[in-house]
Design a protein around this ligand. Structure first.
Ligand code: AMP
Length: 180
């Protein structure tokens, strides 16, 4: 069971990921969290990653894979995963099985901007409107093409993320059930 969550920053990946993973009995992995932990760990790898996070840039694929791949492999060995924040590029997607299902949390940019400006998770990359705008741009340029990839494999579910979290969770569950 492999599920990847796609959607702009603020679309609810961090809320839906754990809910969905619990429902399916698999691991939830947030690559933002893994990378932030790595960045604050003071290792060489972490020091290389930190500046990208601060600027709202994607960490380079090779550095990202060095952090994420062991966690993904461990989750896979235990029966599956819900990935939140990965893949974010076509190259990253090529490291995952082709039968993984992508759940697209669809949210307009203006709603995402308001959510990110309002949330208070102590994240420096949520504080600056210019960094928020940049993350949205990066999403459309680098990550949105993955919607086409998973769609072309008939492995894409799109849900309206502009609803309360419980309604989004219900829509995801219903869409997954309809496939099985
Ligand atoms: P997130 O918590 O998912 O919003 O991710 C926060 C930040 O972590 C992003 O703005 C990127 O700098 C970095 N990041 C998270 N996931 C990835 C990824 N798959 N590839 C590259 N950078 C990532």
């Amino acid at each position: 069971m492999g599920i990847v969550l796609l959607g702009p920053p603020g679309s609810g990946k961090g809320t839906q990921g754990p809910l969905l993973a619990e429902r399916l009995g698999v691991r939830h992995l947030s690559t933002g969290l893994l990378l932030r932990d790595a960045a604050s760990s003071g290792t060489d790898l972490g020091r290389k990653i930190a500046p990208y996070l601060d600027r709202g840039e994607l960490a380079p694929d090779d550095l990202t894979m060095a952090v994420v791949e062991p966690a993904v492999a461990a989750a896979r060995a235990e029966g599956g995963y819900v990935l939140d924040g990965f893949p974010r590029t076509l190259d990253q997607a090529s490291h995952l099985p082709e039968d993984d299902i992508a759940v697209h949390l669809d949210l307009p940019d203006d709603v995402a901007r308001v959510r990110l400006a309002e949330r208070d998770e102590g994240r420096s990359d949520d504080d600056d409107p210019a960094v928020i705008d940049h993350r949205l741009r990066v999403y459309h340029e680098r990550t949105a093409p993955l919607l086409e990839l998973y769609g072309s494999r008939a492995r894409l579910i799109t849900v309206d993320a502009d609803q309360p979290a419980e309604a989004v969770a219900g829509a995801i569950a219903a869409a997954l059930e309809a496939r099985s």
